[in-house]
Ligand binder design. Structure first.
Ligand code: CMP
Length: 143
């Protein structure tokens, strides 16, 4: 079982897409361990996007991700990292296949609806950046 950090970006929250995007991952059989609507601080944004520091679009990326609320989530499942990235589609909306989240909803490289971890190491760092350990709860048996 693998954990991944998925984040619905400010464009997705503003477009009222939280429900339908969460639904896709529930339908896929992933388990939701934690979720919150929050606004990334500048520090959290810099930690989250540390690998992009210095790139031409970095300033734009930080401005956008801190511009409004995001919906941060931790999901668990078999190969959750690779599987969720397949479900998200490519970063460039021109290359994102129809049926993927970005293929269906994104029109811009920056305003591209969702972020997903690209490795177990990134997932661990990104989760720790946005959640306290006590905020992650495995779902119990059905009531
Ligand atoms: P994300 O998965 O959040 O990780 C890095 C982000 O950088 C990526 O999604 C895009 O939103 C953003 N990004 C990548 N390339 C560009 C670009 N050329 N212009 C603007 N943003 C970009």
């Amino acid at each position: 079982m693998e954990k991944t950090f998925l984040m619905l970006k400010p464009d997705a929250v503003q477009r009222k897409m939280i429900g339908r995007l969460v639904q896709r991952f529930e339908d896929k059989g992933f388990e939701l361990l934690g979720a919150k609507l929050t606004r990334m601080t500048m520090k959290q944004a810099e930690i989250h996007y540390a690998e992009h520091a210095g790139k031409p679009f970095y300033g734009e990326l930080i401005d956008f991700i801190t511009s409004g609320p995001v919906f941060a989530m931790v999901w668990q499942g078999e190969q959750a990292i690779a599987m969720s990235r397949t479900m998200m589609g490519k970063t460039n909306p021109l290359e994102a296949a129809p049926g993927t989240i970005r293929g269906d909803y994104a029109t811009d490289k920056g305003l591209n609806v969702i972020h997903g971890s690209d490795s177990p190491e990134s997932a661990e760092r990104e989760i720790a950046n946005m959640f306290e350990p006590g905020e992650l709860l495995p779902s119990g048996p059905p009531i």
